[in-house]
Design a protein around this ligand. Structure first.
Ligand code: ADP
Ligand code: MG
Length: 382
């Protein structure tokens, strides 16, 4: 990078909460972030410039990217062909478009793990629902199983748990994978960061607790309540994956710790991630700062937790839809070491991610207890 850091134009595809949190960090360093997304996206008020457009559309992405030095993403469902064309023109792209293309497709992702013998839940790829029904009939698929659409899934959408033949009506039609339902003890995650020079570091493993009604992260615990051996193993697998892909940028790696204590990789996300939101308030360096360091090829520092933390997602209350109203804020902020992050989405609907909060405490059990008290207080209704 020959330009002065403050002159570098960084374009981000997507201006949701991840884009907004990146802009807030970048503003501290007076680094300029340009966002492409739909009007009123959460990041639109916090970026250096905002371009209204569709990040899945070739023309919109190419036009947006051609005067930028660096393009990065906050969502993987973007137009990869445009990113390839921009790369040819000399724009630096993070993550690399070829890698992004693989990760975007859960089928290709799983084939990658299989090719490199990285343990993952057994799976098979299907083109249609009819093919799945045929394999069920032949006894090749056993209940319960998980069906995941190959592309465009997010936050549990596009993932189905099929317990019996009574649930065939919920099977998704298009290209999908079928996975063995794993007996999960804990869900874990590690964030990896790599810069151009090939420096690469990992965050300590966190534990993710899901709301299985919504298939959505409910809260996370950092550090994960696991042995040092399992923590190290997760970090090692995540680092190995990043090396295999020659990954540059930020990467989140999700794992299952099974009831018989094996570690399976679930999926990866080539961007900042919900499993790293606690890093803003609980670590020496946040995932957003590390994202900037990686794409600007700045030195990486070793991420460390300063204190135990619980991060809870604040989602739209069930039964409410429309203009969002927050309840309980004044009471919640009376608590020390409570850190609130509201994304600025105008409208709420059930389970929509509207914000998150982090609680720090030397004692992890106390942090969790406090988080549950706050969860009862803070409600997003309409
Ligand atoms: P998303 O893109 O929505 O994050 P995931 O593939 O991570 O999709 O699946 C969402 C959640 O569904 C996981 O975090 C886990 O709770 C559950 N899940 C996914 N795959 C399996 C599996 N093979 N066995 C059991 N549960 C699973
Ligand atoms: Mg996931």
């Amino acid at each position: 990078m020959t330009k002065e850091i403050l002159e570098i134009k960084i374009g981000v595809l997507g201006g949701g909460q991840l884009g907004k949190m990146l802009c807030l960090k970048a503003a501290e360093w007076d680094i300029k972030i340009h966002i492409l997304d739909k009007i009123n996206a959460p990041a639109s008020k916090y970026c250096h410039s905002f371009t209204e457009g569709d990040y899945t559309n070739f023309e919109d992405v190419f036009h947006f990217g051609k005067d930028k030095d660096i393009i990065t993403i906050e969502i993987e469902h973007v137009n990869v062909e445009a990113l390839k064309a921009l790369k040819k023109k000399g724009v630096q792209i993070y993550p690399d478009p070829e890698i992004l293309e693989m990760i975007k497709d859960k089928g290709l992702q799983k084939q990658f793990y299989a090719a490199y013998k990285i343990p993952t839940a057994p799976f098979k790829i299907y083109a249609t629902k009819a093919e799945i029904l045929l394999d069920i009939e032949k006894g090749e698929i056993k209940y319960p199983f998980i069906q995941k659409s190959r592309t465009d899934g997010y936050d549990g959408k596009g993932v189905q748990y099929i317990a019996s033949n009574l649930e065939h009506n919920t099977l998704l039609e298009g290209g999908s994978i079928v996975e063995k339902a794993i007996a999960i003890k804990k869900e874990l995650a590690v964030i990896i960061v790599a810069n151009q020079q090939g420096e690469i570091v990992s965050y300590p493993t966190v534990e993710m607790v899901f709301d299985h009604k919504a298939n959505l992260l409910d809260y996370l615990i950092a550090p994960a309540d696991i042995s040092e051996k399992i923590d190290n193993k997760c970090q090692r697998i995540a680092l190995k994956l990043a090396h295999l892909m020659q990954y540059r940028g930020i990467l989140a790696v999700e794992f299952f710790l099974t009831k018989d204590n094996t570690i399976l990789i679930n999926e990866i996300a080539p961007r900042t991630h919900n499993s790293g939101h606690h890093t803003i308030d609980a670590c020496n360096v946040s995932q957003f700062e590390m994202h900037l360091r990686s794409i600007l090829n700045l030195p990486l520092i070793i991420p460390k937790l300063r204190k135990s933390a619980v991060m809870m997602n604040l989602v739209g209350e069930n039964g409410y839809e429309g203009a969002a109203k927050l309840q309980g804020f004044e009471t919640a902020i009376a608590m020390e070491e409570f850190y609130m992050h509201l994304y600025g989405k105008e409208n709420t609907k059930p389970y929509r991610k509207m914000g998150h909060f982090t609680i720090l405490d030397k004692n992890p059990k106390k942090a969790l207890k406090k988080a549950f008290i706050i969860k009862e207080l803070l409600k997003i209704k309409s």
